[in-house]
Structures are given as structure tokens and as C-alpha cells.
Design a protein around this ligand. Sequence first.
Ligand code: AMP
Ligand code: ZN
Length: 455
Amino acid sequence: METPLFLYNSYSRSKEAFKPLDEKNVRMYVCGPTVYDRAHIGNARPVLVFDILYRLLRYLYKEDNVTYVRNITDIDDKINAKAFERGVNIEKVTEETISWFHKDMDFLGALRPNHEPRATDYVSQMKDMISKLISSSFAYSSEDGHVFFEVEQFSDYGRLSNKKLNELKEGVRIENESTKKNPLDFVLWKPSNAEEPGWESPWGRGRPGWHIECSAMAKDILGDQFDIHGGGIDLIFPHHENEIAQSTCSNNMKKFANFWLHNGFLKIEGEKMSKSLNNFLTVFDLIKRDFSGSAIRYNMLSTHYRQPLDWKFERLAEAEKTLIKWNNKIDSKNETELPRQILNALLDDLNTPQSIHEMHHLFNSKKFDELRNACMFFGFSSKDIKKNVLIPADLSEKVDKLVEKRNNARLSKNFSLADKIREDLLSAGIIIKDIGQETTWESSQKLKIKKLREL
Ligand code: AMP
Ligand code: ZN
């Protein structure tokens, strides 16, 4: 390869030339979703960022030589709490959430990884790893059925997150009832009560901690050592620090992943996304508002993956217009060669904003064939670009509220009000669709903005 791929490695805190352990078997593991609720657009960021890296690795090393694993965390106390809150069993929550996740990420044009292991299928591998850690004195069990990893036994602990053990000790919360030797020690296995999901083990009936799930799945599918491990920046500590500790110590001190990549966080209109601020936005919310998957991708990739991303609806609408403009000029021939300037931008630590900038250049200089190739690579497909009328964000919120009002009316059996809302919206060009439990809506070609404002 003439110009190597440079990636910023969080482990060395520098950009390094990427060289796979084996060019015929390039391996990447990315931490996937904990499946208890619909994916929010922050969750979509690592999916889209690592989708671009996956596409680039396939471009550079050929499709058959790249293995991408993204796990599904289907054992987690948040899932148990959700099942309890909804009064349904755990599988109902996880199966439903996984199918939503697939639909949403497919809509965004993300390629499916080669493997999507679920934690529930790897409990025996987790138990093996824990046993090995205990027998080599990196972990210990306590009488109440917990197993902890003893961080002081691993001299590199804190290296990824650039933290010293003493500093970490100062920040840690002391739990009164804990049976840990040291407050920094973390859980590998914990006991389950009769209502909680549990598996038999040498330490009694219990369930694994979150960190060991990824270590065991990565080892089983990719081996003790592999090339790239990714996830959001919030996972550096403690999740990835703990994965490194467990995997290194149970794999005869072999280096775990060579490159650690982390995407920055996403905010909405300048604010942290949270349910309490009422600005929590799921991918499905965007789909309902009739934005195209390509425009969402474009908007996400317009910011470099390591920078914080400020999600703005105004920009999403601009993205939609740009893609319509481009797609009007390009054909659908299937050619894969990437224009050199775009490849160069990607080789420089996945510089997607620069790539998009170059795509504008290609459009302005009427190089539509090259633009088409770049659009194909980026998954800015012409298929899903909607040529319908765009609806302003405030009106879209208004429609959401009316739809919710209608759903509440239906629940309280006030069908005349529910029908009236539906009719009113229809007369303003908004079509409501009830699919199973979900209600979606779309703006038709007959959208009447003025009428909608008056509703
Ligand atoms: P979770 O399901 O919470 O474990 O998160 C799945 C992935 O989404 C992880 O890689 C997180 O780091 C990432 N993530 C969660 N929230 C955000 C956010 N607001 N911005 C960017 N990435 C996020
Ligand atoms: Zn993980």
C-alpha cells in the first residue's frame, strides 16, 4: 500500500500507522448496544463511525480478509429493570430491542458486522476466563458469591485511561457492604436472587459482570490478540480498562488489542442529550420525521469522529438538500474506485469531514463519476433520498404531539377525538399509519404548512 492508514490510538495517545497482525485476517471488535430500549442517536454514532472504518478496511484489505464483531449486551441489570417495569420477561425486552436496533441501523445504511455475538450465548466462556483469573491469582471469590478482579495485581492497570492507581483510589466510592479487598476491584461475577437471571457456576448461581462479557466474546471469535477495539469515549474507563486487565491476565499476558479507537460524544442543539432535559432523540424519532438514512449519515460524518458532535436539525435539512442535489446528477453504475483525495482524507485518521468537503468540490467541478463512487462508498445511496417536501422541525414536533394526543384519546376510548385529529392532520397533508403498537406519520406531497400551523 502506498500511503498507509493512520489511526489515532487512544492507548498511545498518538496517530500511528496501522499494520494488521495478519493482512489476510484483519480483526475489529466494537462494543455494541445494551438492549433494553430504542437506540438513541448517540448510540448511532459509533455504529456509523465504525461502519466507515469497516468499509475502509474492506477497501484496503479486501472484503473476505476483514472480520468485524459487534456484540449485543443482553445480560445487564438495566434490562432486568426494564422487564420488571413493563411486566414482561427478559427475552421479550431483548428480542424486541434487537429487532428495533437492526431495523434502525439498516435504515441508516450501516453494514451488518460479520458477527453479532450475544452475551447469553457465551456464559460458559466467561466462566472459563474467570476460573483462569482465579487460578492465576488475578481474581478472588468472596463468600457471598461475588468474584472480583484484583486491580493491584495488574501493573498496567490505568494505562489506557492514563490514570494512576493512587489517583483512581482517591476518586472511588467506598461501598459499605462490599466484600472487595480493594475498592477499585471490579466485578467478574455476581450472585443472582431467585427473580434475577442466573447461571450455575463454581461460585453459586449468578451472572457475569458487563466487562467480562466483551473479553470472552472477543477472545472466542477473534482470538487472544486482534487489531482494533472500538467504542464511545465514555467506555475508556472503566469498561475498556477492565477489558484489557481481564484479557491480558487470562491470555498469558499477551497484548489484547493493538489499536483502541474512541468516538466523541454527541450533543443535541448544544446540550447533553438526556431524558430529563426532554431532548432525548432516538433514531426511530428521526425515521418518523421522514428524514432519510443517508442524510442522517451525512450529518453524523460531517464532524470528525473524535470531536464532540453537536446535532442540529438545521444541518440535517441541509444534508437532505445536498444529497438530493448530488443524486440528481449521478447514475447508479456500480464502480468502487475511490477518488484519490477522498481516500487520502480517510487514510488520515478517517477524516470524513474532509472527504465530504472533497465531494462538494467534485460536484462543483462536474466530476460526477467520481462523486458517484464516493457516494457509493459512504452509503449515501440514492435509493432512500426522499424527494418529498421537508417539514420544519417545530412543525414536526407539533405533529408528534398531535399523534401522541390521538394515541391517548384512543387509549381512553375517545374515538371521536382520535378520528378528528387524524382527519385534521390528513387535511394538512400528514398521513398517520398504525403499524402494530407503533404509530408513524409521514408528510405527503400535499403538505400544507400554513394549515398545519393553524391546527
Ligand atoms: P450503551 O448501549 O449505552 O452501552 O452504548 C452503546 C454505544 O453508544 C457505546 O459505544 C457508547 O459509547 C455509545 N454512546 C452512548 N451515548 C453516546 C453519545 N451521546 N454520543 C456518542 N456515543 C454514545
Ligand atoms: Zn465492551
